[in-house]
Design a binder for this molecule. Structure first.
Ligand code: PLP
Length: 348
């Protein structure tokens, strides 16, 4: 019945990413009812409400609504750093690996990648050794960019604080890529503002686990947000009656934060069930949130496994090496059961 699915659009359970969620009827109603104005003129009340609410939750002075979290991170790096200045981050972190080198291409910044520790954080010693002395040969170290959650792991606050204080002692600013800030806060059982407290600025993605169709909020001091507003215009992120989409983000902040714990519980339950199945290896740690990673003991069966799941209405990502499975708003208990049943069936 589900054979020949070309995408996840008709899938019963799409585990590829938490970006695949589609807005439900209540979120769509909030969008339809949104009061709007021209935001480039500063006249969209829904965007202003979203920015204020995100900033309040993140514990920062102000927020700026942007089309994507990639743009939020770009604005962060370009407001913290000038040309020839260095950004220190983690090799697998989004700003280094998945943003097309934006800070280098558009901002002339030097990106330096450090390996991450087992808990997903950066080593304070490695940061200390990487920060450059005042030497004409070297770029000027200006920003430490950390990430939480990272690869689905919630980085402990002590680790973040240790990294941030080494940076601060050397005069660097700190940015937190908190695309999944609320997943981190949920897993660490603290308010989001506490997770972001060690950073000067934080990016929050509305279209991951929060389930909005589009958008992100960059939160920082009012001065930095003023600078970011000009840069946002420069890169084409100034939007007009975008209260229509901001309404979805506002709805998500109001209704979809508390339920993230359900996604975490489902990921944990799925990891336990899959670990029982011979033929599969599961990578899921204590501090993991809404993601787990699986690997076939016989990698040559990957394509057949993916096709078998597809037949059962379950979509997973490319089957080479570790496969990421992500739980989200559009995966309920029966989606988890379906994945377990289809996997059990394939290996028996
Ligand atoms: C997805 C993601 C981003 C980028 O978000 P987009 O809205 O897709 O541009 C940035 N950082 C992290 C850690 C992410 O997971």
């Amino acid at each position: 019945m589900y054979a020949g699915l070309k995408s996840g659009a008709n899938a019963l359970a799409d585990f590829r990413s938490d970006t695949v969620t589609r807005p439900g009827p209540e979120m769509r109603a909030a969008m339809a009812d949104a009061e709007v104005g021209d935001d480039v003129y500063g006249e969209d009340p829904t965007i202003q409400a979203l920015e204020a609410q995100a900033a309040r939750l993140a514990g920062k002075e102000a927020g700026l609504f942007v089309p994507s979290c990639t743009q939020a991170n770009l604005l962060a790096m370009l407001t913290h750093c000038r040309r020839g200045e260095e950004i220190i981050s983690g090799a697998p972190y989004h700003v280094i690996k998945y943003e097309a080198g934006g800070a280098s291409v558009l901002g002339g910044c030097v990106l330096t990648a450090l390996p991450v520790e087992a808990d997903g954080g950066l080593s304070p010693d490695a940061i200390r050794e990487t920060i450059k002395p005042d030497d004409a040969h070297m770029p000027i170290s200006r920003l430490l960019s950390i990430e939480n959650t990272t690869s689905g792991r919630a980085v402990p606050l002590a680790r973040m604080d240790a990294a941030a204080s080494v940076a601060r002692d050397a005069g660097l600013s700190v940015h937190l890529d908190g695309a999944r800030l609320f997943n981190a806060a949920t897993a660490l059982n603290v308010p989001a503002a506490e997770v972001a407290a060690c950073a000067d600025s934080v990016s929050i993605c509305l279209s991951k686990g929060l389930g909005a169709p589009v958008g992100a909020v960059f939160c920082a001091s009012q001065t930095q947000i003023n600078d970011a507003r000009r840069l946002r215009k420069m890169v084409g992120g100034g939007m007009r009656q975008a209260g229509i989409i901001a309404a979805a983000g506002l709805f998500a902040l109001d209704h979809h934060i508390e339920r993230l714990a359900e996604d975490h519980a489902r990921a944990s339950a799925l990891s336990k069930a899959l670990a029982e199945i011979d033929g599969i290896e599961v990578d899921y740690a204590e501090n993991q949130t809404n993601m787990l990673f699986i690997r076939l003991k016989d990698p040559s069966r990957g394509g057949a496994f993916q096709a078998h799941l597809q037949e059962a209405g379950v979509v997973i990502g490319a089957p080479g090496g570790w496969i990421r499975l992500v739980t989200h708003l559009d995966i309920n208990d029966s989606g988890i059961d379906r994945m377990i049943a289809a996997t059990t069936d394939f290996f028996s």
